[in-house]
Write a protein that binds this ligand. Structure first.
Ligand code: FNR
Length: 189
């Protein structure tokens, strides 16, 4: 069966480098189906909203996560940490705590920055947050893309750096293969 991989971008910026990187994954492998999972319309997390019954955007967001075999998060780093919009989305996905759609969900982490450290701090935080939700985060491997502005054709908004493409291709293949070695996904519908 064809695997379905959800893509979450941690940046809402129109010409986001991280979204360009995520889009390059879509073009790199047609053995899997990619689905964008958008976070921009989620309200700020508030337990009162949960008590009143989740807003429709939240229900749709959680269903989108439930329907995929794995998720790859491609995100910038803000102030040496995880962007607020991404943390907000993960907090929504973490509820209810004992039956979160992220529980045992395979997750891969990729990040890109014009800076030199490739979102290392943000990825460490994101991994810790996901582990608190008992998601499976691909161990050992990291995709830290630094100086990303030099690796993109900014007129066409595409990744042009061949070394980065190979790096991403390898990571994607490892992620897809790894999913098969995990325990059965209890939350997949
Ligand atoms: C940044 N940026 C940034 N970069 C980085 O490598 N480490 C950091 O800690 C930060 N901090 C930071 C804070 C805030 C509020 C902003 C707006 C930006 C720069 C960031 O990597 C850059 O804006 C990227 O282009 C953002 O990713 P997208 O939107 O291009 O995907």
């Amino acid at each position: 069966m064809t695997k379905i991989i959800g893509l979450i971008c941690g940046s809402l910026r129109r010409d986001s480098y991280n979204r360009i990187i995520a889009q390059s994954l879509v073009e790199m492998d047609n053995s899997v189906e990619f689905r964008w999972i958008e976070i921009k319309d989620l309200p700020l997390f508030n337990e009162d909203l949960e008590m009143e019954g989740n807003p429709e955007t939240v229900t749709t967001f959680k269903s989108s996560i439930q329907e995929v075999d794995g998720i790859i998060i491609v995100s910038p780093e803000y102030n040496s940490g995880i962007p607020g919009v991404l943390k907000n989305a993960l907090d929504w996905a973490s509820r209810p705590a004992k039956s979160s759609v992220l529980n045992r969900k395979p997750v891969g982490l990729i990040g890109a920055t014009p800076g030199g450290l490739g979102t290392a701090f943000s990825q460490m935080q994101t991994r810790q947050i996901l582990e608190a939700m008992q998601a499976h985060v691909l161990p050992f491997q990291k995709v830290l893309i630094s100086q990303v502005h030099e690796k993109i054709d900014s007129n066409q908004n595409v990744l042009i750096d061949e070394k980065t493409k190979r790096y991403l291709q390898r990571y994607l293949q490892q992620f897809i293969d790894w999913i098969d070695h995990l325990p059965i996904l209890e939350n997949k519908s």
